[in-house]
Structure formats: C-alpha cells, structure tokens
Design a protein around this ligand. Structure first.
Ligand code: IPD
Ligand code: CA
Ligand code: CA
Length: 268
C-alpha cells in the first residue's frame, strides 16, 4: 500500500477485513442463500455480510460521515460533505456462480467529489487504489492507461443491460453496431468496477455501460482519472438521468471515437 492518508487507511482496513469473510463465502458458495431483490437482480447473504463489516469499520473511524451503500442505502443522510460510497460485492452474479471476477468497491467523496477509492479483487489479490493528485496503483505498482489511439486496434469491455431496462435493446444495438463497424474485440466480464479498473491499468482501452449506479463507478472515477483516463457520464432525457450513470470510460485517447461510435439515441 503506497498511499498513507487517513481516509485511504480506513478504506483499506475495512476492505481487507470484509474480504476475509468474502473469500470464505466464495469457497462455500453452494451453501449461500440467495434472495431476490428485483428483476434480474439478486442479493446474497454474502453481499449483506460484507457490507455490514465495511460499514461497521467505517463508522468506527468516523461515526458522523455519510454513507451510501448498495444494500443498506443511506446512513447519516445529512452529512453530504463527507461520504463513503460502497458496493460490497460488484459482480454478484459472478460470485454466486463461482466465477472469480468480482470486487469490493469503496470511494470517499468530499463536497460532491470522489477524492479516493479502492477496488479490491480478493480472489486475484489485486488492489486498485488512488487518491486525488497522487496517482493510481495496482498493489505496489503505479498504473497508467494504455497508449492506444485508434479504436480499430482497441479491446473494449462493456456490461449490462439490466433486464428491467427500457434501454436493453438499444444497448444491444450499440454492441452490435460497434463490433460490426470496427470489428474489434468486446468483452463482458460482469463487474463494472473491475472493468473500469482494468481500463485504468491498460488491460482494456475503453468501457461503456448505460444506467449504472453511483456505487458501481464511484471508486473507479478517481482510479481512472489518476491513471490518466477519462470517465464521462452522459445525460439522457429520462428522469433518472442524474441518478443513473450512463458511463463511458476510456484511456482518453479513444474517447471521442468511442463516443461517436455509440448510438446516441436519447443522449443529449
Ligand atoms: C453489477 C455489475 C455488472 C453490471 C451491472 C451491475 P452488482 O453490479 O457491475 O457488471 O453490468 O449493471 O449492477 O449488482 O453485481 O453489484
Ligand atoms: Ca455493482
Ligand atoms: Ca453489489
């Protein structure tokens, strides 16, 4: 761990503690109960257990800080100045199927801006982290986005769409459109935070997905920025526009080309 600010130490400790129980649960995956949260969306005992450990640790350090967490919702709602944004397991479907591609994602937001964050893949033992102005790291090494300038030579990653989304067919069209047009490899790995982290360390050149939640992208925002990438949230005409994150995240060099290739139906 190369960064030593108080916030980073707090997130790091919470993350490591929660990951121990997560790794154990992953080993016993078949015993976990799964309850349905909504269409195409499952929440497992492990999601809640991991979240509980993280929240306890964070509240121990700062009982008054705000928290926005996927399963627990908002805690200390009135503190908008200093907030933790948590996704206890990003990639639950992978987790529940024994696929080792999921992460704990925690961002720290100050006055509306994410200033530090961690995305931790406990199975590969890969910790991505960054702090405003201090660069981005994977374990002990500094990371940078790729230098790829042309989309036709890129490798991209995408996710979704959610089954409940009205944009489902559009997203599919985009996928077909991009892969046909430029005939480049596109992957779907099922963990948006890791997708963004993998753009930050140069494994992928770009990522897009509509209608993500803030907790899917919060830590990724600072990690990608500090690695030299660019993340953008496109507005659309729906009421949910401010809450839902229509995300395009790239190495910055192919950003405009990727934007131009996406079907911009309903995007202002
Ligand atoms: C999901 C993952 C997935 C993305 C979904 C997210 P969850 O998060 O990030 O890659 O395609 O839109 O909801 O539900 O596993 O935390
Ligand atoms: Ca998520
Ligand atoms: Ca989750």
């Amino acid at each position: 761990m190369r960064l030593n600010s108080p916030q980073m130490n707090i997130i790091y400790k919470a993350c490591i503690k929660a990951s121990r129980s997560l790794i154990r649960d992953f080993g016993e995956i078949e015993k976990l109960q799964v309850s349905s949260k909504g269409p195409g969306d499952f929440v497992s005992v492990a999601d809640k257990k991991t979240e509980k450990i993280i929240i306890e640790e964070l509240l121990k350090a700062h009982p008054d800080y705000g928290i926005l967490s996927e399963e627990a919702g908002e805690i200390n709602k009135n503190n908008k100045e200093k907030r933790w944004i948590i996704d206890p397991i990003d990639g639950t479907s992978n987790f529940l199927n024994g696929i080792p591609q999921f992460a704990i994602s925690i961002g720290y937001e100050e006055k509306g801006e994410i200033t530090s964050g961690i995305i931790f893949d406990p199975i590969k033992n890969e910790m991505f982290f960054a702090e405003k102005g201090s660069g981005a790291f994977l374990n002990n090494s500094r990371i940078r986005v790729s230098n790829q300038k042309k989309m036709r030579d890129s490798i991209l990653v995408t996710g979704g769409p959610r089954f409940s989304s009205k944009r489902r067919s559009e997203t599919f069209d985009e996928y077909i459109n991009i892969s046909n047009k430029v005939n480049i490899p596109i992957r779907k790995y099922g963990s948006a935070s890791l997708d963004i982290a993998n753009v930050a360390c140069g494994r992928f050149d770009g990522f897009w997905q509509w209608e993500l939640n803030y907790w899917d992208v919060a830590a990724g925002i600072i990690i990608l920025k500090e690695a030299g990438g660019f993340i953008e949230f496109l507005k659309d005409s729906s009421e949910k526009s401010l809450l839902k994150k229509n995300t395009v995240a790239t190495n910055s060099k192919i950003h405009q080309e990727l934007l131009d290739s996406l079907i911009k139906k309903n995007i202002e």
